[in-house]
Ligand binder design. Structure first.
Ligand SMILES: *Cc1c(COP(=O)(O)O)cnc(C)c1O
Length: 429
């Protein structure tokens, strides 16, 4: 072995994995078991005291899920991670160590629609607040911070419109206020963007999308950079003060840079129960092995499609940060140098009716509510995911009546473009 740092492609195949010590199995086995036998009573006690690493019960940790956790931490350049049942579960688990009733987060107003629902409505039931700020001016984050703010939450590349955030500038604002920056890196994946390299503290993913990559498994993950000092102020008592929920252990003192991740398992998964199933972790690990190859193809195909559609007579505009004329192109070159991802929105000259006709006319594309599959996907938000919104809200969300969202797959690009052309011809406008 050389002492060279392994590259991203090597980590995607190997990080966290090793031949199974019991059988020699080369692929990570699916440890489809709820619980694990203790060596003896002392061993059981040390496991429960968090004094030795090991497995107790699959709500807390599971060997297959642990490989996924190590691999995601390695790919993001973090120190540890917590896998969860879904991307939405990851968002709750990410905030759980940070928040007390009455605390709040500041979030970008350009987020996945489901995240706006979750944060805007359901967080209130935990006594958590969420304030959404307009992201055109990064200083809006600073202006919104109060003494109850515990985190800033953004997406590196925002779903759906290809909005790229100035991660480094927003991280500086968070750190001046003594709070962490959490980045949802689902759309970019660590292959295109590594938020920790730009100052972010915590990354969350919906592994449902590009990481699993085949549209097979719902899942999420929370990754910690290990760099945020939870003891620097008294905003984070769950980590910096004795925790009554775990025999008065002070997590930040006992576990140092791993404290946030250990809290995520020992308290977060223990009490919220949103654990990832071993089979889903296995499927996601299979997907991650080919992440770099797939992302290169996703980006090259999306770039070609965006360039083609921006010149198409039925298309009013294309929002994709890979286009030189796009207002986020400069930020994309800095934060996403390998490509601007697979997802774009397209404004049709024919408006609402053209959008509905187009999703019905596609043949290669699938009309469904997902992104990040190896297959090309299409949706008309105004008649589906966003149908409960008013016209004003639709426009603010970048999902006006004329908008279709495309998630470009890894098929032959000529076939993707041909399908879009025939669907646009049918849709007219
Ligand atoms: C899909 C998605 C989520 C939610 O993830 P689930 O796995 O569906 O719970 C969160 N953020 C982004 C950017 C997403 O695309």
């Amino acid at each position: 072995m050389t002492d060279q740092e392994p590259g991203f492609e090597t980590l995607a195949v190997h990080a966290g994995g090793a031949p199974d010590p019991a059988t020699g199995a080369r692929q990570t086995p699916v440890y489809q078991t709820t619980s694990f036998v203790f060596d003896d009573a002392d061993h059981a006690a040390s496991l429960f005291n968090l004094q030795v690493p090991g497995f107790i019960y699959s709500r807390l940790t599971n060997p297959t899920v642990s490989v996924l956790e190590e691999r995601c931490a390695a790919l993001e350049g973090g120190v540890g991670s917590t896998a969860t049942a879904s991307g939405h579960a990851a968002q709750i688990l990410a905030l759980f160590p940070l928040m007390q009733p009455g605390d709040e987060i500041i979030a970008a107003n350009k987020l996945y629609g489901g995240s706006i629902n979750q944060m805007g409505h359901s967080y209130k039931k935990f006594g958590w607040g969420a304030k959404f700020v307009e992201t055109e001016d990064t200083e809006n984050f600073r202006r919104a911070i109060t003494d109850r703010t515990r985190a800033i939450f953004i997406e590196s590349l925002a779903n759906p419109g290809g909005v790229v955030m100035d991660i480094a500038a927003i991280a500086d604002i968070a750190h001046e206020a003594g709070i962490p920056l959490i980045v949802d890196n689902t759309m970019a994946t660590p292959y295109l963007c590594r938020p920790f390299d730009h100052g972010a503290d915590i990354v969350v993913h919906s592994t449902t999308k590009f990481l699993s990559g085949n549209g097979t498994a719902i899942g999420g993950v929370v990754v910690d950079s290990g760099k945020f000092n939870w003891m620097q102020n008294d905003k984070f008592p769950s980590l910096s003060k004795p925790a009554p929920e775990y025999h008065d252990l002070t997590f930040a003192e006992t576990f140092g840079e791993l404290s946030y991740t250990i809290y995520g398992h020992a308290i977060g998964l223990r009490d919220l129960g949103a654990s990832q199933a071993p089979m889903n972790a296995f499927l996601t690990l299979l997907g991650i092995e080919t992440l770099p190859l797939r992302m290169d193809r996703h980006c090259a195909n999306a770039q070609a499609v965006a360039e083609h559609l921006s010149l198409h007579k039925s298309v009013d505009w294309v929002s994709y940060a890979g286009l030189e004329t796009d207002k986020y192109h400069g930020l994309a070159q800095r934060y996403l140098p390998r490509g601007a991802g697979a997802v774009m929105t397209v404004g049709l000259k024919g408006g609402y009716d053209a959008g509905v006709k187009m999703v019905e006319a596609v043949e290669l594309f699938s009309h469904l509510a997902n992104i990040g599959d190896s297959r090309s996907l299409i949706i008309h938000p105004a008649s589906t995911t966003h149908r409960q919104l008013t016209e004003e809200q639709l426009t603010a969300a970048g999902a006006g009546a004329e908008v279709v969202r495309l998630s470009i797959g890894i098929e032959s690009v000529a076939d993707i473009i041909a399908d879009l052309d025939q669907a646009l011809a049918t849709a007219g406008g």
